[in-house]
Design a protein around this ligand. Structure first.
Ligand code: BES
Ligand code: MN
Ligand code: MN
Length: 462
C-alpha cells in the first residue's frame, strides 16, 4: 500500500468541506423533534458511500432509525472488513456554553490541536471518525489499492442504546458476514502516543422515582412529620458508596474480573500525567475507589454515577415546599464478566430494599450492554499495530477505555468476529460536552492509517 499522504494533501480541503456539511445536520437521535434531520443524515451518508466507491448502498429500515449499508466486494475469496460507526449525535445542550453554534462548524486552533480542530457536535463522536473510513475507502478505490472486500454498517441510534441494530443484526447475519469489524469511535492517548482501544466498559442505565405524599406540601406545616422524597432519595443515593468509594449493592462485584498484578503493572506503563489531568479539569484532586489508580478507576473498575437528579422547586427565588416526588438517572459502568441484566436486577432489588417507610420507590431500567475486551494476539490487532507503526512511526499502546459501545459485545456473539477499535480522538475533545471538537490532524491521520490496516489485515489473512 502506497503512502496516502500525497492524496490526502491534494484533497484535504474537500475532505474537510464534506465533513463540515455532514456536521451541519443536527442528527440528534434522543430528541424526536430532529427526526427529519436524523433521516436526512442517513441519506447523506448513503450517498457519500456510493461516491467513495461502494458498488451497492442502501438505507435499511428498522423499527427505529435506518441503518446505512454499503459494500464493495472485489473477490469473495479475499477477507472482508466490516466498518461500523454511527451518524447520530448527542443533544448539544447546554447551548449557552458553546463558543460557536454546535451545528455551525468552525475550525479553530487549540493547545493540543495546533493545526486546528473542527468544533461541532458529532465532530469526534462519531461523524468525523466515521467519515475517515469513507474517505479511506475513496483513497483506496481511486488509486486502485483496495486489497479486500469491505462492508459498511452505519447506524443512527448509538447514542440512545442501539436497539434497532440488534434487531438488524439478527436478521442479516449472512449479509454482515466478515472477518473483522473495524470501528473508529474511541480515542487515543495523545497525538504523539498512539494507542489502540482493547476494552470498553459495559453499561446499566436506570431511572429511579421516589414518591412520598400524594401532593406537594407546605414545608412548614408538614416538614419533619412526613418523609421528604428529595431528602430520602439523596440519602439513598449517598448510601450506594461506602467510605472507600466501593459500591454497596450486595453482589455487585461478584463477577468482576480482577486483574493480576502483572497486568496492572503493564497498564501503569502507559504515560499518564496526573498534574496535567487535574489542571485540564480544574480540580484540586482526583477521586475514586480506594486502592486503584486513576487509569484503573476509569477502565478496569465498575462504577456508579448519578447522571441527573430533579424534583421540587428550582425556579427563581424561594418556595417552601416538600415535593411529592424526586427522580434520578443513574448509570453503572461495568467490566468483564459482569452481566448488565443481572446488575440491573441487583440494583433494583437493593434500591427498593433500602427505601424507608413513608415513600415508595420505582426503578425503571433503561438500556445496557456488556463490557468488551479484545486480545492483542489476534491478526486484527496485529494488523492495526502495523498500520499505526507505518503512519505514526511508533508502536501503539493497548489501552482499555472507560466508555461503552454496547453493541460491540453483541457483534462478537452474533457475527463471531473480533472488533478492532482504532480511535483517533483525544479525551480532551469534549465528546458529549459543549465545544466538542476533532483535530484536523487526527482526521487526516485516521484517513492515512486506515488503508494500512486493510493492507496488513489482508496480507495476514489471505
Ligand atoms: N463513542 C462513544 C463511546 C466511547 C467514547 C468509548 C470514547 C470509548 C472512548 C459512544 O458514542 C458513547 O457515547 N457511548 C455511550 C453509551 C451509549 C449506550 C449511549 C457511553 O459510553 O456513554
Ligand atoms: Mn460514539
Ligand atoms: Mn457518544
Amino acid at each position: 500500500m502506497k503512502d496516502a499522504k500525497p492524496y490526502i494533501q491534494e484533497h484535504k480541503q474537500r475532505f474537510l468541506n464534506e465533513l463540515i456539511d455532514l456536521l451541519k445536520i443536527p442528527s440528534i437521535s434522543a430528541d424526536s423533534a430532529y427526526k427529519g434531520d436524523v433521516i436526512k443524515t442517513a441519506e447523506v451518508v448513503k450517498n457519500s458511500l456510493k461516491k467513495a466507491g461502494c458498488d451497492h448502498v442502501e438505507i435499511c429500515e428498522t423499527p427505529g432509525y435506518p441503518i446505512v449499508y454499503g459494500e464493495k466486494i472485489i473477490d469473495t475469496s479475499l477477507p472482508t472488513v466490516l466498518v461500523y460507526g454511527h451518524y447520530d449525535v448527542q443533544p448539544p445542550d447546554p447551548l449557552d456554553l458553546w463558543h460557536n453554534p454546535p451545528f455551525d462548524p468552525v475550525i479553530k486552533k487549540t493547545e493540543l490541536h495546533p493545526e486546528g480542530a473542527i468544533f461541532a457536535r458529532g465532530s469526534c463522536d462519531d461523524k468525523g471518525q466515521m467519515y475517515m473510513h469513507v474517505k479511506a475507502l475513496e483513497y483506496m478505490t481511486q488509486t486502485n489499492q483496495l486489497p479486500c472486500n469491505v462492508k459498511f454498517m452505519i447506524e443512527g441510534e448509538e447514542e440512545v442504546g442501539s436497539e434497532s441494530l440488534g434487531w438488524f443484526i439478527e436478521r442479516n447475519r449472512e449479509k454482515l458476514a466478515n472477518d473483522v469489524i473495524l470501528i473508529s469511535d474511541t480515542g487515543m492517548i495523545a497525538n504523539d502516543v498512539p494507542s489502540i482501544t482493547t476494552g470498553l466498559r459495559g453499561l446499566s442505565y436506570v431511572e429511579v422515582e421516589v414518591t412520598g405524599p400524594n401532593r406537594d406540601l407546605h414545608s412548614g406545616l408538614y416538614g419533619g412529620a412526613v418523609a421528604n422524597p428529595i431528602n430520602v432519595l439523596t440519602k439513598m443515593i449517598a448510601s450506594l458508596h461506602d467510605e472507600n468509594n466501593h459500591i454497596t449493592i450486595p453482589g455487585f462485584y461478584d463477577d468482576v474480573d480482577e486483574l493480576s498484578s502483572e497486568e496492572r503493572a503493564k497498564m501503569a506503563e502507559a504515560p499518564f500525567n496526573k498534574e496535567a489531568y487535574k489542571k485540564a479539569l480544574a480540580i484540586e484532586d482526583v477521586y475514586g475507589e480506594a486502592g486503584y489508580t486513576t487509569n484503573e478507576r476509569n477502565s478496569i473498575r465498575p462504577t456508579l454515577d448519578v447522571n441527573g437528579i430533579w424534583g421540587g422547586y428550582i425556579g427563581e427565588g424561594a418556595k417552601t415546599v416538600i415535593a411529592s416526588q424526586a427522580f434520578a438517572k443513574i448509570s453503572m459502568r461495568l467490566v468483564p464478566d459482569q452481566d448488565w441484566k443481572k446488575i440491573t436486577q441487583l440494583f433494583k432489588e437493593h434500591f427498593e430494599s433500602i427505601a424507608p417507610k413513608g415513600v415508595t420507590v420505582k426503578v425503571k431500567p433503561h438500556h445496557g450492554g456488556q463490557a468488551y475486551v479484545t486480545p492483542i494476539t489476534s491478526t486484527g490487532y496485529k494488523a492495526a499495530e502495523k498500520a499505526y507503526e507505518s503512519t505514526f512511526g511508533k508502536t501503539p499502546i493497548p489501552q482499555r477505555s472507560g466508555g461503552s459501545i454496547p453493541i460491540v459485545a453483541l457483534f462478537e456473539k452474533e457475527l463471531k468476529s473480533k472488533t478492532i477499535l482504532m480511535g483517533f480522538g483525544l479525551d480532551s475533545d469534549a465528546i458529549h460536552s459543549p465545544n466538542e471538537h476533532f483535530g484536523v490532524w487526527n482526521y487526516l491521520k485516521g484517513i492515512e492509517t486506515i488503508p494500512q490496516f486493510y493492507h496488513h489485515f489482508t496480507k495476514m489473512n489471505k
